[in-house]
Design a protein around this ligand. Sequence first.
Ligand code: GLU
Length: 514
Amino acid sequence: MNQQVRVRFAPSPTGPLHIGGVRTALYNYLFARKYGGKFILRIEDTDQNRYVPDAEEYILETLKWLSILPDEGPEKGGPFSPYRQSDRKARYPNYAKKLLDEGKAYYAFDTQDELEEMRKRLNESGIIMPQYNAITRTQMKNSLTLPPEEVQDRLNSGEPYVIRLKVPRGKEIRFQDEIRDWVLVSSDTIDDKIIIKSDGMPTYHLANVVDDHEMGITHVIRGEEWLPSAPLHVLMYEFFGWTSSRPRFAHLPLILKPEGVGKLSKRDGDKHGFPVFPIAWTDPFTGEKSKGFRESGYQPEALINFLALLGWNPGTEQELFNIEGLIKLFSLKRVNKSGAKFDIEKAKWINHQFLKDAPTAVLSEQLVQDLKNAGISADKTQVGHVADAFRERITFLNELFVQSKYFFIRPAEYDEKVISNKWTPEAVNVIQTFGSRIEEESGNFDRERAKKLLNEIFEEKNTGAGTVMQALRVAVTGVSGGIDLMLTLEILGPDEVAERIRIAINKLSEQVKK
Ligand code: GLU
């Protein structure tokens, strides 16, 4: 690419970012990084009716959590500041004026009732989707039908008006989408879109096209739901005389429900119990709380990996990528045209893979926090060992504490089934001997040493592992399952094992199976 790539993520702060929005941000980011370009964040908040407080902050926090950081944006600033459309609103009327002057846009004064009447009339004559267009505009109240003096009078008297684009009839609009290839649309399917609303604010279409142009955007990478708007945008670039510098378009495939039909929605998440938002969200109007991937225990790297594969493929069987790997391999050519089925099991699997290979510090940090929340203080080295011992077994970080609790809390109860079947005088005898022998151990007690000691005792007492191991496990942990028993003993350390054995023998003395 001989021009510096400049892409933007342009969310509207109308609520929490849907996971599809996060994917759009990610693909833009990967594309910018791959080509040494710039990734820009622009907040599209021209629709004051749909503005939701906290939504912008939510977007920024999400991008920070995922480390998809913009090179230019509302926080960072940049050569095209400001990056929030409400802060840019003074610029848009001049562009609308240019189109008005050139006869490519016009004023319209129709009231809601008049518009309603027109729709009704057309409905009655069999037109299902009435449009304000090249045909119907001739019967409406606008600067194309009213005498110029009347138009001026209306404007002078402060009568509300909108500015509409004068979409020509019978024109073929075509553009080559980076993902979908050629798109051909007749201008007859496009209505005379409002570009300036009666409150003086631009609509999405005008602000979006003007900003992409002003900010030197080279590629517009966005969700498929914007594909129907693209021909209108192409036409607007033409009207403004910006065709040669028009960005290229790439419309990303839809994210589909797990069943594979229809667009993924928040309701699907509620139904199946998985998040569809990146981070937790509390609706400022209803107070309704939704969990995010972050709060559900997903690692940011894992979510990135998962989203990267939701609509793109590397062309090989490889499924695990870090961000550098993604940057290297990403290309719009490998973005699929068809919708991507949302598969939460895949997300879980990826998360598990990341935790399996995560640095010990990442795992320990969470475990220390969970221990602290439970009022337990623990030795840092031991926490690290426990974390490493459990990394293969967890899908989410918070499972570490749940699964490994018994390392930090001495048993209050003992697995009844094991005790009633295995807590025999013979087993107690071996366990007690083991307890007193390990107390005499010097510093180098480990799993090998534990095994050796036990074998020696088995030999002395002429018994075997089969009759003792389960009882020993329950005596020191309280539970019947868990990681390798010898490793458990090693991590607990000889003193703690001996103490736990003493307590168990004491507590269970009544229950020795005769
Ligand atoms: N503001 C639009 C949105 O909310 C942006 C669409 C575009 O990227 O052009 O998704």
